[in-house]
Design a binder for this molecule. Sequence first.
Ligand SMILES: [Fe+2]
Length: 279
Amino acid sequence: MAEIIAGLATSHVPAIGAALDNGKAETPYWKPVFEGYKASQDYLKALKPDVVILVYNDHASAFSLEIIPTFALGCAAEFAPADEGWGPRPVPVVKGHPELAWHIAQSVILDEFDLTIVNKMDVDHGLTVPLSLLFGQVQEWPCPVIPLAVNVVQYPPPTGHRCFMLGKAIRKAVDSFEKPLRVAIVGTGGMSHQLQGPRAGLINKAFDTAFLDNLSADPQKLVAMPHLDYMREAGSEGIELVMWLIMRGAMDDHVREVRRFYHVPASNTAVGHIILENN
Ligand SMILES: [Fe+2]
């Protein structure tokens, strides 16, 4: 049977991808960010997951305001890096895992989560920046990746509770897949940031730290948090953090925190990263 062997979360700041792609990773501004992920890259090299399920949001690259799926699961064999206005990032094409993805779709939809099934989708920085941070600059991504795109751009986004329960449904789907795949699940986005309006540039370290603490030890506190609290405390784009709860829902109730990293600033965002394992 397949199993979930680790849950990770990380910010997906677009400027991180640009820094890497333009050879700025060693500059004083960016070096501390990339240093913070080195141990995680070593961790993943040793862990060798067979598949990654990566929860992220599309930033008007694959979808526009014409169609806004709340949860969209990528079931294709591959996903090209999206052109976000400067040409596609020079990173490998993402290979999917259609067999597991369709199994997840079947299991989760029959569990009454109405996923959108996507058979063609370009993937933007929301997906490729986490892959770069976790796997480095590589010729090929080391394993297939199943994208799960969540709407956190156009209100109303799903609640944290809904995301957490979807994570549980994904866990059930993975656990019932008959092949012995070792699966890592990654939640992305966040942490506190606001891109526009009078509070643009907002960072809330106290909120972010409490979020990381609770994600590890007491996720029910986060599951109950309303959207307004995210907006007030973490800024308008801090709502991306609900995606971390999909990862957390797919893990055991009690987990072991393997490592965390928190750094301000990266662009106008607080970068946060955590790795959890089931006990
Ligand atoms: Fe984002």
